[in-house]
Each structure stands twice: as C-alpha cells, then as structure tokens.
Design a protein around this ligand. Structure first.
Ligand code: MN
Ligand code: FE
Length: 331
C-alpha cells in the first residue's frame, strides 16, 4: 500500500488540510504565482496592429501565425493534462493547490492568445487550422496528446512500477518538454521582434507568459525530483534512457517546426540559430533531471540571457525559504 502522506495515493476527494506542509517548496510556488498575477487586456495592442499593417513583411506575418498556431492550442492541452491526468493522482494538498493555480494561469494564457488573435489582423482560420494541417505543429501536438491519452485510456496503476513510470513520462513531457523546451523556443523567436522594436504589446504578454511558464517548469522539476525520491523503484537505467530519448525526439520535432517557421532568416533569427538555442535549453533540462547534458551546446542567443535565463537562475526555491515557517503561513 502507498502511504497516504506522499505525493500520490491519498483519498482523491478528501477535503484539503494544508498545514502542516509536507512540501514547502510547492507552497512557495503558489505564493510566487499569486505575485505574478496579470490580465491580458493590461497589454495594449494598438501599436502592434499598426506594426502589422505598416512594418511587418508577409514572411513575418506568416511566422507569427505559426507561432500562435502552436502556442494557442497548447494552452488548453496543458490545462486538460493538469486536470485530467495529473490532479486525480497527485493528492498532496499543497501540490493540488499549485495545480489548481496553474490551471487558472493556463486558462488566462488561453484568454491572452484569444485576445491577440482577435485584435491582430491574423488569419484566424489559418491559425486554428494548423492543428489539423501544419505538419510540424501537428507532430508536436501529437507528441503531447499521446502522453495525456496514455493516462486517460489505460488509466495509471500507481501500485506498479510501470504505472509510476508512465506517470513520470507525462510529467516530463508537459513540465519539462512542452513548458521547458517547446515554449522557450517560441519565446526566443517572439522576443526577437522586440529587439527590432516590433510587436511590443504581444511581447509584454510573452514576458508575462514566460514568467508563468518558468514557474511551471520550476514546480515541475521539483515535483519530478520529489517523485523520484519517493518512488526510487522508478529510477531504472531503462527509464533514464527513455527520458533522454523523449528529449532528443522533442529537439528533433522542434527543429522541424523551426525550419517551417523560418524558411529564411528574419529579424536576425534563423532556424539554425534557434535550433542551437533549443539544444542549449535541452541540455539544461537534462541536467535539471539529473541525466547529464547531451548536446554540449553553448547559448547562441546571448541577448536572451537577461530575458529568459536569469529568472531561472534566481532559484530561490532551492534554498530553504526563510520568509515563512512550515505550518505558519504569513499570507
Ligand atoms: Mn501556459
Ligand atoms: Fe504552463
């Protein structure tokens, strides 16, 4: 029998008793998430509309549509995964509290991209159609969907090592690969518009989404590490190999996507440069999972360091959080 006091295995409908905390890092993530609250309409898009008409090329229009064509549907797929695949099994109260907060943030991202899609003169049908007709978007979406369906269709028996490993693959696939690799690649591309003083409103939204996603990633890495500590039977060399393969596959999927996004360089960004960045990011994720780097790439986008890497390096969750004591909430 599983302990009812770990990450999983508690009564799924038992009302929450949050304190004393077992996972203070999870509660710290909830508090940080509260401080990050934002609403899409706080970012005006008037200038972006003008940029679209007056300053952006046809290639740039198309690239923004491909970006939105992936980001937008992923926001609802990640929400579904949180609520349908993860929340039923993860029963620790402070973990569920964070998942509920994250689900709100993902819903907020859905509303943010809807706001962008209805305000900018993008081809709405083309953006929404990419999930059914753009091969590189479809391939990444299928990769994610399969991980959710694996849990929904076969359920997951968390009394077996196989079930636990399936559950772990889902967490790695969403927190580390989708939120920690695919999204970072998209952020890097979007932020290259701002370097040319274009689409500043959209980039303000991207800043806010990025702040949320870096917290989701941080939470996910803590969750995965804690899961591996609680269920050491899961940590087999075969599983380590599988996770490494998943990340390599993701890097290949992203490379295809970026080649479709940037058939020619625009705004000083090429598919080659962006894919080198993806390999650099993938190495960081492998290290965070304790698997060791694969690509040994250096960061080719130095200018991004401040916008993207810094918030992660300020890893205030690693150190014991001194701003509150376990069991004695201040907020
Ligand atoms: Mn999101
Ligand atoms: Fe997220």
């Amino acid at each position: 029998m599983r302990s009812a006091h770990g990450l999983i295995g508690g009564d799924p409908v038992e009302p929450m008793r949050l304190f004393p905390l077992r996972y203070p890092w999870a509660y710290a993530h909830v508090q940080q998430a509260k401080r990050n609250t934002w609403f899409p309409e706080e970012a005006p898009l008037h200038d972006d509309v003008q940029d679209w008409h007056e300053r952006l090329s046809e290639e740039e229009h198309r690239a923004v549509e491909i970006l939105l064509g992936f980001f937008n549907p992923m926001e609802s797929m990640v929400t579904s995964n949180l609520l349908l695949a993860l929340y039923p099994y993860l029963t620790a109260p402070e973990i569920r509290l964070y998942l509920a907060r994250q689900a709100w943030e993902e819903a907020n991202h859905t509303m943010a991209f809807e706001y962008v899609i209805k305000t900018l003169p993008v081809d709405r049908e083309r953006v929404f159609g990419m999930l059914e007709n753009h091969p590189a978007v479809m391939a990444k979406a299928a990769f994610q969907r399969q991980l959710t369906e694996e849990i929904l269709q076969t359920g997951t028996d968390l009394h077996t090592t196989e079930g636990l490993q399936r559950f772990l693959r889902n967490m790695v696939g969403f927190f580390v690969i989708l939120e920690g690799i695919f999204f970072y690649s998209g952020f890097a591309f979007a932020l290259s518009f701002r370097r040319r003083n274009l689409l500043r409103g959209l980039n303000t939204i991207i800043d806010w989404v990025l702040k949320d996603e870096s917290l989701h990633l941080s939470f996910g890495v803590h969750l995965i590490r804690t899961f591996l500590e609680e269920y050491p039977e899961v940590r087999t060399p075969a599983l380590a190999g599988e996770l490494r393969e998943m990340i390599q596959k993701a890097v290949a999927l992203e490379a295809d996507y970026n080649r479709a996004l940037l058939p020619q360089p625009i705004l000083g960004m090429s598919a080659e440069l962006l894919n080198a960045y993806v390999r650099y990011v993938a190495d960081r994720r492998l290290e965070e999972l304790g698997l060791g780097a694969q690509f040994h790439a250096s960061n080719p986008l130095r200018w991004l360091a401040i916008e993207i890497d810094l918030p992660e390096q300020v890893n205030f969750f690693e150190a014991r959080n001194v701003s509150y004591e376990v069991g004695r909430p201040r907020e």
